[in-house]
Structures are given as C-alpha cells and as structure tokens.
Design a protein around this ligand. Structure first.
Ligand code: TYD
Length: 205
C-alpha cells in the first residue's frame, strides 16, 4: 500500500538535497517513487509559493488556511493516488511544517492546526519523518543570511528568534513520537546522512 516519507527541518537544513538523494536510490533499485514538496506540487501549491515570495503581508490565519488548502489538493490529486498504486512518496515538508511554523512560529492554536491538518490530509500520516536539525545561525548562513539575506522568501527574512521557535517546535514533535521520526544532525556530511536515511527507509519499506 505504498510508503510515505517526509523530510522536515528549518529553512536551509538540507532537506531538498536529502529528498533528491533518497529518490535516486529508490529509482536506481527500480522502486516506483515520487518526489514532491510543499508548498507546490499542484497548480494551487505553485500559486501559493509565488504568493509567499511576493512579499504581500499575510495574516497568520490566512497563511494557515492557504497552506492547508494547498495540502488538500496535493494529497487528493498527487500523494494519495501514488500511494494507492503502491509507490513510495517522498515529500519535502508536510503537516509538521504547519505545526512548527504556524503553531510554534506564529503562535496559532495547536488544536486548530491539528484539526485542519486532519481535514486536509484525510488523516494521512507519514510512515517516517526525517528531521534535519541544525543550529539556526548555520542554517541561515547556508541560505544567504538572516534579516536581509539574498532570498525573498517570507520566512528566510524572519527574525532569528522566529527560526529558533521553529527548531524548538520540531524537536518537541520528534520527541513526542520517537518511533515515527528519525532525527539527524544536519551538519554532518550529506553523503553520510544519505546513507543513514537509506538504511532507515529500508527498514520501513
Ligand atoms: P521554501 O522556499 O519551499 O522553503 P524550504 O526550501 O525551506 O522548504 O518555502 C516554503 C516556506 O513555507 C518555508 O519557509 C516553510 C513555510 N511553510 C509554512 O510556514 N507552513 C507550512 O505548512 C509549509 C508547508 C511551509
């Protein structure tokens, strides 16, 4: 019935590199795999990504509902169908991003977020969530620097303290479900991380 692996972490944590690497390993072994990311993966998701980069000030509650709307589309039209065909779906961000960013970061009500997460996903949960954890300063330096860095993303330019809340949020989520999460030090060499992730995914598969 397929397998669903999610990569989580702050901005600049190296998720995309690891998601790509896992995708290649699966494909090289002839395993049916799909890589997707949030926000994105559908026309609605792409539109949300453009909106976030436009710099339009957004109320936290609007932000929450937009992410959830994009997620509902992605689950219904992309993730679910692929899992139903027995494939492995690798997602760069999923429901935990919303708890970390809109919950811990923006301070929105946790129960509300969890309710919307359930509604948007129809209760779909990852078989494994990989958290790439690293100090906020290191992650932001990788992305081009906090507060006035080169990127225009809403969250890349948020104060360092915002990113610290996100990191704490992820740590709390991982600690509450040690079976479902693999927490790795994102400062380790990418090749080493990739091997460890692959070993874990094989046990889940
Ligand atoms: P993106 O450029 O994709 O960043 P990254 O490569 O780190 O994923 O921008 C997406 C931003 O949206 C990122 O800062 C995290 C944020 N985000 C939320 O705030 N809530 C969510 O539910 C999701 C999926 C992402």
């Amino acid at each position: 019935m397929g397998c669903f692996v999610v990569f989580e972490g702050g901005d600049g944590s190296g998720k995309s590199t690891q998601a790509r690497s896992l995708f290649r390993r699966l494909r090289n072994r002839g395993i049916k795999a799909l890589r997707t990311h949030e926000p994105g993966g559908t026309p609605l998701g792409q539109a949300l990504r453009r909106l976030l980069k436009s710099g339009e000030p957004m109320a936290p509650i609007s932000e929450l509902m937009l992410f959830e709307a994009a997620r509902a589309q992605l689950v219904q039209h992309v993730i679910r169908p692929f899992l139903d065909q027995g494939g492995v779906v690798i997602a760069d961000r999923f429901t935990s991003s919303t708890i970390a960013y809109q919950g811990y970061g923006r301070g929105l009500d946790r129960e509300l977020i969890e309710r919307l997460n359930r509604e948007a996903t129809g209760g779909l949960e990852p078989d494994l969530t990989v958290l790439l954890d690293l100090p906020v300063e290191t992650a932001l330096a990788r992305k081009g620097g906090a507060d006035g860095g080169k990127t225009e993303d809403t969250f890349d330019n948020a104060p360092v303290d915002f990113h610290r809340k996100i990191r704490r949020g992820y740590s709390a989520l991982a600690a509450s479900d040690p079976e479902g999460w693999l927490v790795l030090d994102g400062q380790r060499p990418p090749e080493e991380l990739s091997r460890e992730i692959w070993a874990k995914v094989q046990t889940v598969l």
